[in-house]
Design a protein around this ligand. Structure first.
Ligand code: ZN
Length: 61
């Protein structure tokens, strides 16, 4: 799987179980998918989220 652009906006913890939003420093549990991270970008950072959504759809089609 190619690296997702969502990681331009989040930093993974060293054990990769959590991700911290680079824009607001909120921490999220990260479990194999980035959908909850993407939802956060869509809801809290719409200008960033739209770009990420487009790229994820493109990569997973
Ligand atoms: Zn955020």
């Amino acid at each position: 799987m190619p690296p997702s652009r969502v990681w331009n906006y989040f930093t993974r913890s060293s054990d990769k179980s959590k991700a911290t939003c680079n824009l607001c420093k909120q921490e999220f549990v990260y479990k194999s998918t980035t959908s909850n991270l993407q939802n956060h970008l869509d809801g809290q950072h719409p200008s960033a989220g739209k770009r990420v959504s487009f790229i994820i759809i493109f990569l997973t089609d």
